[in-house]
Design a protein around this ligand. Structure first.
Ligand code: NAP
Length: 321
């Protein structure tokens, strides 16, 4: 078996790219213009046996079909919503992701967003920078985070880490998941809408699947209400943005802290003028420390695959173990 040919779909991390280039035969997808991508894939289809994708460009059905020699998709992300898992399963292609190493950063950011929205940190920062403090006097009062009831959609690794952090702020925790988690001691709601009606800060932390797309819809937004705050650090597709934007504009929803959007990097421009939202460019795992750990996991998985060893973090669906 020769050197593994690896397709990197997006310029996601310079350390990862450098290491991949040293260790494997690297193909950079973004170097070919979008209209020539399929041609590029077909011309290297014999050499490419691995795809490294991320939350922006993964391995869709078209990419997988163009690569008959594909053996492994090693994602530089936890979420696998940009990987056609069904196609991988059919073809016996192994799939890995980067769980655990990013949990703390994403949970930290969720709490940061909640505090930023409620305490209007970004608005008051703009107040100081614009000189308004001098001319208009003291900043308006805001709402406290400590003690607010927090509802979490998806009590996985990140959801649980958010719960632990929020507990330290004295927040009562409740959650929605496909099944009740025994032994966690948080209140379980079998319907998202009931969770939203019974919390003040709703945090989305579940995987994006066909089932969870638009899990935060008009009904959930209305249940959260004018005093409620929505935090989304999972995927943009969880929230129906066409419903969210007018709700925030009209004050039917109190506020939102969003790290992810339905059509990244496009963000609904109406949000730019609203002071009740904090908008981040999908930076949940974006620290030097965590991105290096994620890169090392991707490299370790590819190395293990090349050496026919057990994968470090196979995705849990079973067929890639
Ligand atoms: P995880 O441990 O696999 O947790 C995912 C959770 O999603 C599971 O607990 C699962 O709960 C829940 N889930 C799946 N299908 C569901 C459904 N139909 N209804 C309700 N809940 C459902 O993954 P994680 O590490 O916590 O990551 C969670 C998500 O965060 C990822 O999938 C990713 O999209 C996102 N993320 C975002 C960033 C960022 O940069 N903003 C970074 C990393 C991850 P049950 O199995 O109990 O139902």
């Amino acid at each position: 078996m020769g050197t593994l040919g690896v397709l990197l779909t997006y310029p996601m991390d310079s350390y990862l790219e450098e290491k991949l280039d040293k260790r494997f035969k690297l193909f950079r997808l973004w170097e070919s213009p979008p209209e020539k991508r399929m041609e590029f894939l077909r011309s290297h289809s014999q050499a490419i046996r691995a795809v490294v994708g991320n939350a922006i460009v993964g391995a869709d059905a078209e990419t997988i079909e163009a690569l008959p020699g594909l053996e492994i998709v090693a994602s530089f992300s936890v979420g696998l919503d940009k990987v056609d898992l069904e196609k991988c399963r059919e073809r016996g292609i192994r799939v890995t992701n980067t769980p655990d190493v990013l949990t703390e950063d994403v949970a930290d950011l969720a709490i940061g967003l909640a505090i930023a929205v409620l305490r209007k940190i970004c608005v008051s920062d703009r107040y100081v920078r614009s000189g308004a403090w001098k001319t208009n006097g003291d900043f308006e009062l805001t709402s406290k985070f400590s003690g607010k009831s927090v509802g979490i959609v998806g009590l996985g690794r990140i959801g649980l880490a958010i719960a632990k952090r929020a507990e330290a702020f004295g927040c009562p925790i409740s959650y929605f998941a496909r099944s009740e988690k025994l032994g966690v001691g948080y209140k379980f709601f079998p319907r998202v809408v009931d969770l939203a009606a019974n919390c003040q800060v709703l945090v989305v932390a579940c995987a994006l699947t066909a089932e969870t797309r638009h899990i935060v819809d008009r009904e959930v937004i209305d249940a959260l209400g004018p005093q409620g705050v929505l935090i989304n650090i999972a995927r943009g597709g969880h929230v129906d943005e066409a419903q969210l934007v007018p709700a925030l504009r009209e004050g039917r929803l109190g506020g939102a802290g969003l790290d992810v959007f339905e059509r990244e990097p496009s963000v609904p421009e109406e949000l730019f003028a609203l002071d009740n939202v904090v908008l981040l460019p999908h930076v949940g795992s974006g620290t030097w420390e965590t991105r290096k750990d994620m890169a090392d996991l991707v490299l370790g998985n590819l190395e293990a695959h090349a050496l026919n060893m057990p994968l470090l973090t196979p995705c849990s669906d079973g067929w890639s173990r």
